[in-house]
Design a protein around this ligand. Structure first.
Ligand code: NAP
Length: 479
């Protein structure tokens, strides 16, 4: 198979047709403010059409075999990999992340499609001993129906494949609404899905600026049986309450406030390497970004010095340039949040070790703040920018208390070479994912998700498929 010619698509996909709508909206490159494309600005009425189309398509799609669905998913996966150069460029243009990170995201995101193409074949039920001698009990698993998926801009490809691949593998059909900052990667995926051979209406993609109107339709329309959302806790809360009236199944992948603990017996050089990965990927704009670095008193100065040197070497710039490691922030409000957090932290006594300024437009200097107060905004909310904030702690008990002192519970990281401490701390930390001596936790084979106000449900792994399936119990009577 050869690479597909043009993946810069600006129309939405409903029932196998590309729809322009009456208006368009601009997708801008955060690195220079230039318009990358004008994309179809669809409305609630087209969202309704897409839901209807998905519901009609579901009647046939649910009766396909897992093996048939796996073949289509694998073809889609292969097309994404074959077209990775074009997709990576589109992704960097619309979200600003360094091109090497865009390539990594394509590999990571596509891996969910290959993973679930296989996992769909293993949606086993049970046979259950009955308490009644004349009855036989078995369970089967079936796709839940029409799924609405809403995704954010920070991982324009992977946040889609993590939910759409298991939904399709389970026999569900999908209406996807990608973030209006990054619809182009989503539409490229739609084009490749069509080329892979998915029947019309199985995957529908609606682009549009009216996020709350379309979101309301997707979360209240009775034909939609499940809503899967990745984004902020604030919007997750709205969708969950809107979905309550029709009792939809809900999965929420929400915000975090990840602690990154370095104990006195850690390998400090490894911890510095892990810190760079956990903090600076996508300029700090990841849900699993380390937000609070908790460093034990006795190694605070050494860690701060080594990390500051490492941060001073990071290269910031337009993500299309090959050696750039830190790109721009996504938009003005993202930049303002970083500035607000920094001002609040320094007013509360934090010291700037390096950085602290806007370089130009949406580019912010990689920054290290030390001696940050636990009362500061940075300690309570995700900063979503290239700012490391270092807090001190005295002992293990205090580190765990500080780490858990948040309503969020997505990712957490810690470094220690003491195996007993590793188990103890891992068990005490309140989060869905814990990186122990590593700054990276995401992979298709492991369950990704949060606890507390970071979300409900898991993506990836054997559990990711269950989010899109119902268990049906069959009771056979007679002898
Ligand atoms: P956001 O404001 O919640 O937006 C996420 C998506 O929801 C976008 O598509 C957005 O559309 C849409 N949206 C906004 N308001 C809506 C409404 N009232 N009803 C329905 N949809 C609505 O979040 P963001 O700022 O784009 O993304 C960053 C957040 O996502 C962070 O909190 C981050 O931690 C979280 N996140 C979590 C995970 C995870 O796996 N847990 C992964 C990635 C990101 P528009 O953009 O077009 O307005």
């Amino acid at each position: 198979m050869k690479a597909t010619n043009n993946l810069l698509i600006t129309e939405s996909l409903i029932d196998g047709k590309w729809i322009s709508g009456k208006k368009t909206f601009d997708v801008n490159n955060p690195a220079n403010g230039k318009t990358v494309a004008k994309v179809a600005d669809l409305t609630v009425s087209e969202a309704k059409q897409a839901i209807k189309a998905a519901n009609i398509a579901w009647k046939k799609w649910k009766d396909t075999t897992a093996a048939e669905r796996a073949d289509l998913l694998y073809a889609w996966y292969s097309l994404i990999i074959q077209n990775k150069d074009q997709i990576a460029e589109i992704m960097t243009l619309e979200c600003g992340k360094p091109i090497t990170e865009s390539y990594n995201e394509i590999t990571y995101g596509a891996s969910f499609i290959s993973w679930f193409s296989e996992e769909g074949k293993r949606s086993y039920g049970d046979t259950i001993p009955s308490s009644n001698p004349t009855n036989r009990i078995v369970t089967i698993k079936q796709g839940i129906g029409v799924v609405a998926a809403i995704t954010p801009w920070n991982f324009p490809l992977a946040m889609i494949t993590r939910k759409v691949a298991p939904a399709l593998a389970a026999g569900c059909t999908v209406v996807l609404r990608p973030a209006s900052e990054t619809p182009l990667t989503a539409l490229a995926l739609g084009k490749l899905a069509q080329e892979a051979g998915f029947p019309k209406g199985v995957l529908n993609i609606i682009t549009g600026k009216d996020s709350s109107g379309i979101g309301k339709e997707l979360s209240t329309n009775p034909l939609v049986r499940k809503i899967s959302f990745t984004g902020s806790t604030k919007v997750g809360r709205i969708l969950m309450s809107q979905a309550a009236d029709t009792i939809k199944k809900v999965s929420l992948e929400l915000g975090g406030n990840a602690p990154f603990i370095v104990f006195d017996n850690a390998n400090i050089d490894e911890a510095v390497k892990g810190a760079l990965i956990a903090k600076f990927r996508n300029s700090g704009q990841t849900c699993v970004a380390a937000n609070r670095f908790l460093i034990q008193d006795s190694i605070f100065e050494e860690f701060t010095k080594k990390l500051t040197i490492a941060v001073s070497k990071l290269k910031t710039g337009d993500g299309l340039k090959k050696d750039v490691q830190v790109g721009p922030l996504i938009n003005k409000s993202g930049l303002e949040k970083v500035q607000e957090h920094l001002k609040d932290a320094t007013e509360g006594g934090a010291k700037i070790q390096i950085g602290g300024h806007v370089i130009k437009d949406l580019f912010f200097e990689p920054t290290v703040l030390s001696d940050v107060s636990t009362q500061s905004l940075i300690a309570r909310e995700e900063t979503f920018g290239p700012v490391v904030s270092l807090f001190r702690f005295k002992n293990e008990k205090e580190a765990i208390e500080l780490a858990n002192n948040t309503e969020f519970g997505l990712a957490a990281y810690f470094y220690s070479q003491d195996i007993h401490r590793c188990w103890r701390v891992a068990e005490q930390i309140e989060s869905g994912m814990v990186g122990i001596n590593t700054g990276m936790v995401s992979t298709a084979s492991a369950p990704f998700g949060g606890i507390k106000q970071s979300g409900i449900g898991r993506e990836g792994s054997k559990h990711g498929l269950d989010e899109f399936m119902e268990i049906k119990y069959l009771s056979f009577g007679g002898n």
